[in-house]
Design a protein around this ligand. Structure first.
Ligand code: SF4
Length: 268
């Protein structure tokens, strides 16, 4: 068995996919996608959210932000301790009313990898940590499949820090109100690569309405940081056939990270 085949078999086993599955069509090279990404306009972060199943209007990056400019500017100056304290006491949107715990994010604050989901579910709301339920277990398996582990060169965050009732998607005003926190987290982490988990994360980070299927296997840009889109683990739990696509995306992410590191070495 070749090294590539062996790696694929290991990844598939980690993700609970039959080792008989094979890539279809072949993925575009990360180098080619990175070159293409140079032409992609980096855009501002927060936009109203549309449900996974339907497209919705996306405002331009010039759309006024929720809250005052003063609030946003203040958050942009915060260090880790200040931003954690600010989130813990935040009442900037209606989601604060029913939360048990805010879910700030977790992991290596100097990570190369940043995974962004949509918002806390019941387990996360109870424990104050992102991705700790069944979807979290699958995310951990996905990370293990590419030799990553939460907390070790990996940071995990969400678009909103408080649980939307009934696990609904965040409303536009909620995502807008919470956006400065995620933006500041990204500024502080300075990840090499962002992986948007699901449509809510992708649409909010890219300020562009599109399906996950159409955004996969491309290197997008979030304020100059390469960004890749794949399915949310909770969606994968309901749509087992998409797990194979998610594995394909992880391979693409690994190749993209390798290309980014090579490019960084060449500029030294
Ligand atoms: S979701 Fe974000 S903006 Fe809304 S109350 Fe929670 S921390 Fe504040």
């Amino acid at each position: 068995m070749s090294v590539t085949t062996s790696r694929r078999a290991l990844m598939l086993r980690e993700m609970g996919i039959s080792p008989q599955w094979h890539l279809r069509g072949g993925a575009p090279s990360a180098d080619a996608m990175l070159a293409e990404a140079q032409n992609v306009t980096a855009v501002a972060a927060a936009v109203p959210h549309a449900p996974e199943s339907q497209a919705g209007a996306v405002p331009s990056p010039e759309t006024p932000r929720a809250g005052s400019d003063d609030r946003r500017n203040e958050i942009m100056r915060m260090d880790w301790a200040q931003i954690k304290a600010c989130v813990a006491s935040c009442t900037a949107c209606t989601l604060h009313a029913r939360r048990n715990k805010t879910v700030f994010g977790v992991g290596d604050e100097n990570a190369d990898w940043l995974f962004v989901g949509e918002g806390p579910g019941a387990d996360e709301d109870a424990q104050g940590e992102p991705f700790v339920g069944q979807a979290g277990k699958l995310l951990d398996s996905m990370l293990a499949a590419i030799q990553l582990k939460r907390g070790a060169n990996v940071y995990i965050a969400n678009v909103v820090k408080c649980r939307p009732p009934g696990n609904r998607n965040p409303e536009p005003a909620e995502a807008l109100a919470c956006e400065p926190f995620l933006h500041r987290q990204i500024e502080l982490i300075k990840p090499r690569l962002i992986v948007a988990l699901g449509k809510v994360a992708a649409v909010n980070l890219l300020a562009r309405e599109a399906s996950v299927a159409s955004m996969r296997r491309k290197v997008h840009q979030y304020r100059g940081i390469p960004l890749i889109v794949t399915y949310h683990p909770a969606y994968l739990l309901r749509s087992l056939s998409e797990k194979a696509h998610a594995w394909e995306d992880l391979c693409f992410a690994v190749d993209t990270m390798a290309s980014l590191k090579n490019a960084a070495r060449e500029t030294i």
